[in-house]
Design a protein. Sequence first.
Length: 420
Amino acid sequence: MIQKQRALLVGININNQTFFKDSMEELKNLAAACELEIAGVVEQNLKAVNTAYHIGSGKVKEVRLLIDEVKADVVVFSNELTPSQLRNLEDSLEREIIDRTMLIIEIFAKRAKTREAKLQVEVARLKFMLPRLEGLNDNLSRQGGGSGLRNRGSGETKLELDKRRIESKIAELSKELELLVNERNTQRSKRNKAGLPSVALVGYTNSGKSTLMNALVEVYQKNADKKVFEKDMLFATLETSVRNITLPDKKAFLLSDTVGFISKLPHELVKAFRSTLEEVRTADLLLHVVDSSNPNFVQQINVTNETLKQIGADKIPTILVFNKADLTGVTIPCIEDGKVYISAKKNSGIEELVRLIGKEIFTQYMEYKMLVPYDRGNIVAYFNENADVKAVSYEKDGTLLTVECRVSDYKRFEKFAFKG
């Protein structure tokens, strides 16, 4: 059994931030998701960050003593560190230093399963690491003997070689990623040709998006093989999954589930996962899934909205879905001001949610009467398969159907429209 690394968490509260305690709790969860054992927690209130160490110089000494006391292997900071801060802290604390951004990238690296996700994470990691190489290679600068001056020879040469190597690797991986992105775009184009509206699940990580997708699959597809991975942990899902949800009245839509959001989601990851998030940007409707049992859910809604704005998806019609409402005492199902309260885990409120979805995306459906000649049974079969046939009668000149179907289907068979 591999022993977990012990982590000392350092939190910096700038100007008494309202959500500092919640952010520290989230940092603990992030560390746990990265398979680190929490050895201790240090916090400091500051009016502004220290440009050299991020924390105050006195706090650096305190942290150094605590590292030995709790036997910490790594020190995790709650905010992103500059390259110089990273270098100075590693010099002073003599431990591996990880900031929040590095921690999230590492979790993404552990969770990535598909080739596309692995490439996206690796590109993000390398782009984040590039400006920090000087800190990582600081040991190379100590080759100038006892003069106290940095050797601007072999160390610097090694640094430049590393930078070029990383830049070359980024270009190589980006090229491969571009091919996969083109494949994804081709798949999306094929789905668009089917004419089905698209609905995308978005929300804060661990809000229950994958659980909701599985609930919809279970209720309307009844196919366990189509379920996606779900687990009560941060960033359980990185890959985009798309499922066809066909309702009892033959109406259908495409449902996509993708990576969850988090506060201070690294810019490199947002950029790297832009192609994956394209499913969100091109959706007809967003289901913004909220963990209503989380006391900080309002802040999480704001973070999600800000991330949607970043990727250009903030103008898409959205339904707020308050999940885990069974844990809050709310009577479910409940619809209030366009919001719906559900429990995806208990399949409660799913039908009510689908009715709200239908009002938003099935606007191209109308009820018609069609008189289909008896020798065109294939058309009757088509409507039985693709429309909601509300009534059937057998007339002298053919089968009279009362159907609710897409306007496009009506126009396709308009010559059979019943004029009587």
